[in-house]
Design a protein. Structure first.
Length: 490
């Protein structure tokens, strides 16, 4: 019997976006933070990312490592090495100007339409990830694990499965199962995968070709971003058609909660705040509340409860529930502050609220990083009524900023917020308010509970401090991922 390896496994982390170079959502935060935390634990890790203009403009110490010729997706592809600004995490960049050097975002053109060649663009990212994890890699860096993220890199496990020779084990992380990379069957023919892999026991999905299903079927292990979400996706409705496969692979499915950047999100040192504060002394929070009220045109009242929302304004995020209860809520002495963009109909609903309740509702329809920090600090309560939420980050930011969240009991929200009730107040674990089911009535009742607690300053301060002293750093998540990598690295 071979001896178990004692060194840490080498890891290639494949992602379509990475903060601070290119970001559309939480995946970029994970891409920037998790590899850095793993490096702190002694893991030799490199991040493979497409060569978008912002990546090439922002990465440090770029140099060419090798050139691939005559791949199915492109005739010439350069592989560059670089480092991530700030953390110094080593990068490998897939430089293919015909596929990545363009305006717009990573997945959509400037008008918001999906790039018509997305299948080719992300098949290339997956293929390079697989090539670097295989025996024929041109690099001296030989990963033991290829860790893929979402559908854009999900063909790598399939490519690796059918490669000859020694190869890396694969981990496939689902950040949001709703996005599955589904393309017409003729796209499959262009990948070079064997025809037998295009069936129900493989990459075929109701007659089409799904990048994500290929990854979920062929990966050695699947992870997702919270334990509750890992259970939810094995059944309807959150399985989005993949529930059968995920339930079948449940022994190889693990939920690991994301962390947050505890340096960037630290009320004691946050440069975006009017005044810093900490759990031991919350006095500065009042100045941040006033600054937020002034910024959004709200009446400068220090005593009125201020309810904050930072979110995509969508049905999934439950913002229609907030609009439904807003008239009843605003009959109370409360203010609402909103930051986000989303569905036009819901955005217009919030614009009408601002007109109907001047001084009580303030919103920025858009995004502003500095304002998002000030809102976490200046709000009294944070509302997060998502119908589903694989992990979520704002509920963790809110607790760290002493702004108890009101959340629907789903996914990472259920895993990271402890509902305030007599038992949790007694054991000092209460950190927010949790409701179910995701209905307007349940949401309204939960806000009512939170407002009752707000008016009892002793209880409120205890809930604030409980949340502020919880550890949401990336270290625990990184330790869990390292343990998983080691279990696959025999």
């Amino acid at each position: 019997m071979a001896a178990r390896k004692t060194r840490n496994p080498r890891v290639l982390f494949v992602t379509p976006e990475i903060y601070p170079l290119i970001k559309t959502g939480g995946l970029a935060d994970v891409g920037g933070a998790l590899p850095a935390a793993l490096r702190e634990l002694g893991v030799d890790i490199k991040v493979l990312v497409p060569g978008y203009p912002k990546v090439l403009a922002g990465a440090k110490n770029i140099r060419q490592r090798c050139v691939f010729h005559d791949l199915p997706e492109a005739k010439v592809v350069r592989l560059l090495s670089a480092s991530l600004p700030g953390s110094g995490v080593p990068l490998l960049i897939v430089d293919c100007p015909p596929l990545y050097q363009r305006g717009g975002g990573p997945y959509q053109d400037p008008s918001g339409a999906d790039w018509p060649d997305n299948a080719r663009r992300f098949a290339l990212l997956s293929r390079i990830g697989a090539l670097l994890g295989g025996e024929a890699s041109p690099l001296t860096f030989r990963p033991d694990i290829v860790h893929c993220n979402d559908w854009q890199s999900a063909l790598a496990p399939a490519f690796l499965r059918f490669m000859p020779g020694k190869k890396a084990a694969t981990v496939m992380t689902i950040h949001n199962l709703a996005f599955q990379g589904i393309f017409p069957p003729q796209v499959f023919d262009q990948t070079g995968l064997p025809p037998e892999s295009f069936n129900m026991e493989g990459a075929e999905y109701y007659g089409n070709f799904s990048f994500l299903k290929a990854g979920l079927y062929y990966a050695d292990h699947i992870t997702t971003v919270s334990p509750t979400y890992a259970r939810e996706i094995q059944d309807e409705p959150l399985g989005f058609g993949m529930q059968g496969l995920l339930a079948q692979r449940s022994a190889r499915l693990t939920g690991i909660v994301n962390g947050i950047d505890a340096n960037d999100w630290n009320p004691a040192a946050d440069p975006h705040l009017a005044r810093n504060y900490a759990a031991a002394d919350l006095a500065g929070k009042a100045a941040d509340k006033r600054a937020l009220q002034e910024r959004l045109g709200l009446a400068p009242d220090p005593d009125i409860p201020l309810l904050g929302i930072i979110s995509r304004i969508t049905h999934q995020k439950g913002q229609d529930l907030l609009l439904e209860i807003a008239p009843r809520l605003l009959d109370k002495p409360v203010q609402i502050a909103l930051l986000g963009t989303g569905e036009a109909e819901l955005e217009n609903g919030f614009r009408r609220l601002i007109q109907a309740y001047p001084g009580k509702v303030g919103a920025l329809i858009g995004f502003d990083e500095g304002l998002s920090h000030l809102m976490e600090a200046g709000a009294d309560l944070f509302l997060m009524p998502s119908r589903f939420e694989p992990c979520g980050l704002n509920q963790m930011y809110s607790q760290r900023y002493g702004t108890p969240p009101v959340v629907h009991a789903t996914g990472g929200l259920a895993d990271t917020v402890v509902d305030a009730n007599p038992a949790t107040l007694a054991d000092a674990s209460a950190s927010g308010f949790v409701f179910a089911p995701p209905t307007a009535e349940a949401f309204y009742a939960c806000i009512g509970r939170a407002l009752d607690a707000y008016h009892d300053k002793d209880i409120w301060n205890r809930i604030q401090r409980n949340g502020m002293t919880r550890d949401f750093s990336w270290q625990k998540s990184a330790e869990d991922y390292l343990a998983l990598y080691k279990s696959l690295f025999q």
